[in-house]
Design a binder for this molecule. Structure first.
Ligand code: FEO
Length: 391
């Protein structure tokens, strides 16, 4: 591959994964995902994070080509999730004298995953600096962005932040590696989906990381997924700040589970009334058709959520149960909500949704709508109040 220069003697060594269907075997990858790794070829040499094992056959050759026969002195491990760390074992076989620079929590995982001897470890604590010659790297412990051992590495010389999962995105880098080489519109949805699915649960820890990094003048952000931010790193920071503060846009997500179309007709009726009340951003999703990953992303984006389920074995439909489970896990805050349900004999869908809503700290905008049998308009008057109160 053509050498990709990030800054003085800092090189991009990432790859695109277009084969994997599900990230973490859970989240769909219709646009693939990029794993980013970086090499600093200074007086001392350092690799910053690795790739998912098997994602790039010539990764080790590329490292040695870039080093031109020099040794690899350091591997900086910002995060131990295997999409960034699963090449470490083979890297250690290739460079047995390699020193691994990370924090104590990562070392426990390195021993557990790879049986690496503590002699290979160099522990760093908050703010400590590793001198590579021209580049001086400082380390910033940012737990739970996205695992407990996560840290970020900052090159104080060229003001480059290696942020790992933070500021990352789903989606492959199709030629354009840097933010000024791509149309970001394609990435914004994928970046928010990555945030809401993977990092959003830990939003309070993202805010703590911002506090820790507030005095750092960041000129380039090198995340471990998605584009490198060199033209407008403030854009990535602004989006993460907004999402981690649970700030949302005007709009409504209506997600429904329907076996034979009656609950879907309720969703469509509610959507129509809400459109008539002036809301332009309305997204209606069938939870049995659209993966929760995409619905969660739009719920993170918009202010209001309306959930509806048919009755299913005296509870809510299992696909709605899955969405509700994910919502309790990622816990989007500051939402307005309403519920609806339908049944053929004694119900259960709405009752289960009410139990779910009790677990959330959302604001109810109107009483739920529930009906038996066909969704005649006469049975759905309650949606008028939901539509009226949605703004
Ligand atoms: Fe991209 Fe938490 O791993």
């Amino acid at each position: 591959m053509k050498q990709i220069v990030v800054s003085n003697n800092i090189y991009y060594l990432g790859t695109n994964d277009r084969k994997k269907s599900l990230f973490e075997n859970n989240w769909p990858l219709p646009n693939g995902v990029a794993y980013n790794s970086y090499l600093i070829n200074d007086q001392k040499t350092a690799l910053i994070d690795t790739l998912e094992f098997g994602s790039k056959e010539d990764y080790l050759n590329e490292i040695s080509d870039q080093l031109k026969g020099r040794e690899l002195d350091y591997l900086i491990v910002n995060h131990m999730e295997p999409d960034h760390s699963s090449m470490i074992g083979i890297l250690m076989k290739f460079y047995p004298d390699l020193k691994i620079v990370s924090n104590i929590k990562a070392f426990k995982m390195l021993e557990a995953y790879f049986g690496i001897s503590p002699e290979n470890f160099i522990e760093v604590k908050e703010g400590e600096v590793l001198d590579l010659g021209y580049h001086k790297l400082s380390f910033h412990i940012t737990p739970w962005v996205h695992w407990p051992e996560t840290m970020m590495t900052f090159d104080t010389t060229d003001s480059v932040l290696f942020s790992c999962d933070a500021f990352g995105s789903f989606g492959t880098l199709d030629g354009g590696i840097f933010d000024d080489e791509i149309n970001f519109e394609r990435f914004e949805d994928e970046m928010r989906r990555y945030y809401s699915n993977i990092v959003g649960k830990y939003s309070n820890m993202v805010q703590k990381a911002f506090v820790k990094l507030k005095d750092i003048d960041i000129k380039i952000i090198c995340p471990s997924h998605g584009p490198i931010w060199r033209e407008n790193p403030g854009k990535a920071i602004g989006l993460y700040d907004k999402w981690s503060k649970h700030e949302s846009e005007e709009g409504v997500v209506i997600a429904f589970a329907s076996m034979y179309g009656n609950t879907e007709r309720m969703a469509d009726y509610a959507a129509r009334l809400i459109a008539e009340s002036g809301v332009k951003n309305i997204r209606v999703y069938d939870v049995s058709k659209t993966h929760a990953s995409f619905i969660l992303s739009d719920i993170w984006r918009y202010k209001s959520v309306i959930l509806g389920s048919c009755a299913y074995n005296a509870g809510m439909h299992p696909m709605m149960e899955h969405l509700c489970h994910e919502l309790t896990v990622i816990n989007p805050k500051d939402k307005n909500y309403a519920l609806f349900g339908s049944y053929s004999w004694n119900g259960g869908g709405l009752k289960s949704l009410l139990s779910f809503a009790e677990k959330m700290t959302w604001t109810k905008i109107a009483e739920p709508v529930e009906l038996m049998g066909a969704p005649d308009i006469s049975k759905m008057e309650g949606f008028s109040l939901i539509a009226k109160n949605i703004l």
